[in-house]
Design a protein around this ligand. Structure first.
Ligand SMILES: C[S@@+](CC[C@H](N)C(=O)[O-])C[C@H]1O[C@@H](n2cnc3c(N)ncnc32)[C@H](O)[C@@H]1O
Length: 285
């Protein structure tokens, strides 16, 4: 079960033409897509996700809707296959779904035991097991520092390398134990390390940058792009991309965040930030 965040804020700011063409670049459980469809008139919506398991769970019986397995780095190709060259709005709700986190066999979570996997797309080669067991100590430390903003990255990397010299680190609970013993910050460090390795496995930062470029090209004049992020690293990328792009203008200076009521009902929504921009007319680039 995945509860979509900032639902009303997304539809209010994304749908500006009720006969428009929209893409949900992170379909997940389809919560945002369903809300978009109920705000749309004669328009249409394509939902894409790189996780085939997530896609197979979404059953939306609506002839205005289609779904497709794709990485959003190929959002332009997905649109072309769908039969469109320009769109009126794009949503990306970045990160992992509760369904992915709560499935122990996917290895995303430190709660419960599972294989060190963390691949959103199981057809990709690199898993968390590869990062933890084959990266150099320095590379592991850099991943943990750059993508987890964890101060004890060197100490944690050192302990990982020491432990793997006796046997392969295979499970999320083994990694949990190593991080807990390397850092006095306990669970906070574990969260940051798991986030960092997941970002590395799925190439999330590069993917976000590529998608922003492709998406801003794909938008028609006045078209909206709405991005929801869950940590500061990604929010900073979106914020500066919107500010610096010559094709886009941010709709609001500040990010939209969940209300106190939403956070109370869904604590996972707490770190969410929504930023919205629109495509400028050609003569204003
Ligand atoms: C936070 S969930 C989206 C939840 C969705 N908005 C809903 O209401 O159910 C993020 C989803 O994006 C997908 N995803 C993450 N990175 C992706 C990428 N590069 N390309 C396509 N899908 C991606 C994940 O597999 C996951 O299903």
């Amino acid at each position: 079960m995945h509860i979509p965040v900032l639902l009303k804020e997304v539809t209010d700011n994304l749908i500006h033409k009720d006969d428009g063409i929209y893409i949900d670049a992170t379909l997940g459980f389809g919560g945002h897509s369903k809300a978009i469809l109920s705000s749309l008139g004669r328009g249409k919506l394509l939902g894409i996700d790189r996780d085939i398991e997530a896609l197979s769970q979404v059953h939306i019986d609506d002839n205005r809707f289609e779904k497709m397995k794709a990485n959003f780095t190929s959002i332009d190709v997905a649109a072309h296959i769908w039969g469109v060259e320009k769109v009126d709005g794009i949503l990306a709700d970045i990160g992992v779904s509760s369904y992915q986190i709560d499935s122990n066999d996917r290895g995303f979570s430190y709660i419960g035991d599972g294989p060190l996997d963390m691949r959103m797309d199981k057809s990709m080669d690199k898993s968390a097991l590869d990062v933890v067991n084959s990266y150099s100590e320095e590379d592991i430390a850099n991943v943990i520092y750059n993508f987890g903003e964890e101060r004890r990255s060197r100490r944690i990397a050192k302990l990982i390398v020491k432990r793997r010299s006796s046997s392969v680190i295979r499970t999320t609970s083994e990694l949990f134990g190593i991080v807990m013993s390397a850092s006095s910050s306990g669970l906070s460090s574990v969260k940051r390390v798991f986030q960092a390795i997941r970002i590395e496995v799925n190439n999330e930062i590069d993917n976000l940058k590529i998608m922003l470029d492709k998406a801003s090209n794909l938008l028609s004049t006045g078209g909206r792009i709405s991005i929801i992020t869950f940590h500061s690293l990604e929010d900073r990328i979106v914020k500066s991309y919107f500010r610096e792009s010559k094709f886009l203008e941010p709709l609001f200076k500040k990010a939209i965040v969940p209300s106190g009521e939403e956070v109370e009902q869904n604590s996972r929504s707490k770190p969410a930030k929504l930023r919205v921009a629109y495509k400028l007319p050609v003569n204003q680039y």
